[in-house]
Design a protein around this ligand. Structure first.
Ligand code: SF4
Ligand code: SF4
Length: 209
């Protein structure tokens, strides 16, 4: 197939796992145990014959009307799933966009808390498992509802308060204001300005990935 970047592109996404469904000869890509993309392989030579992914029904309908190489999902619910011919005329950029949307749709079907767990991140883009406080002073903000040890007494961290409780987002990556004043106001006083800026850049990058 001409989209030889696809496997690496999907596996770079946070929380994605891959398996082979041997009875169907499909390579499947999952997030949280739910499939969001598959490559259907021929039995005779394992050559791909369809790339299957999920879209909002209206978008799937529209794209099927624009590209003859996008058809209703092969052996899937034809309202929600679409199949792309692997050597057709769908541009790489469009297929990437469709795969991104499929990943987001399936990820978005989980609760916001579960989404953060699957992404391995707190709402502020920090990877708790890499934090020196994790498991000793802190169980992670997903577990304690944002009431981390460095939050104001009895209250949630202001970032958690804003993104999760008030805006009902998965994380700040879904907010156009990131990195906002609340982020800057929650600076750890032990960090230099330079290190804090690096920390912000890293968290923003995490939220985008
Ligand atoms: S202090 Fe707690 S919530 Fe914050 S990054 Fe570390 S483990 Fe996560
Ligand atoms: S304003 Fe946006 S970026 Fe700032 S804490 Fe709230 S959700 Fe996060």
């Amino acid at each position: 197939m001409k989209y030889d970047w696809m496997d690496g592109y999907l596996l770079e996404k946070r929380g994605v796992t891959k398996d082979l469904q041997a009875d169907w000869n499909w390579v499947r890509y999952h997030i949280g145990g739910k499939m969001f993309a598959a490559v259907c392989l021929k039995w005779e030579d394992n050559a791909p014959y369809y790339i299957t992914l999920k879209l909002e029904p209206a978008e799937g309908d529209f794209l099927r009307s624009q590209y003859e190489d996008i058809v209703p999902g092969y052996y899937m619910n034809k309202v929600h799933w679409n199949s792309v011919k692997p050597d057709g005329n769908v541009p790489d950029s469009l297929l990437k966009e469709m795969l991104d949307k499929s990943y987001e749709l399936v990820l978005g079907s989980f609760s916001k808390k579960k989404q953060r767990e699957l992404l391995g991140m707190s709402c502020c883009g920090t990877e708790c498992q890499n934090c020196s406080f994790y498991g000793n002073m802190c169980e992670g903000c997903n577990e304690c509802g944002g009431k981390v040890f460095h939050a104001p007494a009895g209250r949630a961290c202001p970032i958690y308060e804003c993104s999760v409780k008030s805006k009902k987002l998965r994380n700040c990556g879904q907010c156009g204001e990131v990195p906002c004043k609340i982020w800057r106001d929650t600076k750890d006083p032990q960090l230099s300005e330079e290190v804090f800026e690096e920390n912000i850049a890293e968290r923003v990058e995490n939220l985008k990935s």
